[in-house]
Design a binder for this molecule. Sequence first.
Ligand code: HEM
Length: 329
Amino acid sequence: MNLLKSLIAILILTLAALGFASSAGLSYLLTVIIPYAAFAFFLIGFVYRVVQWAKSPVPFRIPSTCGQEKSLSWIKANPLDNPSNVLGVIGRMALEIFLFRSLFRNTKAEILQQRLVYGGAKWLWFFGLLFHWSLLVVVLRHLRFFIEPISGWINSLSVLDGFFEIGVPTLYLSDAALLAGLSFLLLRRICAPRIRYISLFTDYFSLLLILGVVVTGILMRHFFPADLLQVKNVALGWVIFSAVDPQGVGTLFYMHLCFVFTLMVFFPMSKLMHMGGVFLSPTRNLANDNRRKRHINPWNAPVKVHTYEEYEDEFREKMKLAGLPLDKE
Ligand code: HEM
């Protein structure tokens, strides 16, 4: 049902894109007004959520530790899985962000012949990594539309990405990888019964929306070419705040944009915010020095305490009469 709802949402967006393409007024709205509105929403929403997380009190060290803590010199510590200082934390975060290390350590549990058996589960890690890295490459390559003259490194990235020179225009490896990664992530949700059970509308919608962007992009590149001169005019127009409404650039471009702007608006409200959130996760970004340093909650409200000395002073006579032991006679 959730999959069906997200498919319907994507269909509505496709119809909306066709509407934008069909009328001059609506086309102006999509190519001149909405880009700024969507970008502003994305930026403000993203910053707002990160600030909210940054403001959350984290009075104690709560890193999730997966290795030996640093302690006595003759006990071998694990500086990455149980970092004791900032350097270790940077190493741990880098491995997490660039290589998805915690996902690599993921295991699956199964009951085989009435016994609980643990096994490796590397496919999610592999396709997840493939998806994220190729998405990054695609987005970086898109900078060619927004910059003039195009920086050398963007051209080099494009050449490297089309290294095998398959087809005309060249097939980008990142496009194939992105499609493979997305297909795996989507099929995993649809085909694995337990994952399907916990999948929500937003889980399918995020994947289908990105798939919409990717498929329309690939169609534009390989099957129904868009007028790239006009595209560059539009994109540069956005950058220099003199946006133009293109003429006859092709319906697929409108679909591509419609999906992209929806993604921008949806992003800060969705779990896609893990892109910013991963940096603020206290179970990852804190060093484990709990035993060396005493961390006192700075938000502790002052508490009126009644010490044992005060207690004994108050009840000394009665305690003496009852024969109870006293610290002070
Ligand atoms: C989330 C952002 C975006 C993603 C993930 C995305 C993804 C893609 C992909 C996968 C392709 C296939 C070819 C390639 O990889 O270059 C493509 C092509 C294309 N995209 Fe995007 N896109 C995004 C944003 C945009 C924006 C904002 C524009 C507007 C300038 C745009 C314009 C185009 C055009 C014109 C093509 C065809 C390129 C060609 O013919 O070589 N894309 N896009």
